[in-house]
Design a protein around this ligand. Sequence first.
Ligand code: HEM
Length: 153
Amino acid sequence: MEVAIAALHVLAAAVWVGGTVALVFIAVPMARMFEGEDRARALRRLGTGWRPLGWSMLAILAGTGLVLAGHDGVFSGHASTRFYVLFGIKVALVAALAAGAFVHDFLLGPGLARQIREGRPQTLRRPLVVVGWCNFTLTLTVPVIGTVLAHLT
Ligand code: HEM
């Protein structure tokens, strides 16, 4: 059973990381080839397409991650100090990633699409790009910490 949970954790991580890389390096640059209403529509379509998938993966990662942590003795006080420290860092980074993804997906993204559609100055572009790259960095960091955790047990 633990192996199945670990496999689900890794598969969900693969979809999250792979999907994020495909969005950043392929889909978003493609949407940028359009202008005005077409660009807003393409970006909105990316948002509505990715959000349910991406957020489902984060939910699966959190759920399976907590089960794995239980197997690693986190909740029964049986894990090593090193494991607790690294696990704490991982959970904090995942919380930052979820918060960043929320701001990106539900506040800045739709806000920028509205500005583009209405032909207003695109003041949200810069903060959106900054939050996006922070999220991307966390997306690459968290699985590395997970891999180290798996080798500490
Ligand atoms: C609250 C959320 C999360 C928790 C509680 C959590 C917990 C864990 C734990 C305890 C392990 C070690 C498992 C073991 O001992 O075999 C692990 C491994 C791992 N985690 Fe997470 N995780 C979470 C989110 C994520 C996210 C968001 C990603 C990717 C973006 C991720 C990617 C990985 C990877 C790649 C491994 C290594 C698996 C292996 O090498 O076998 N995790 N995680």
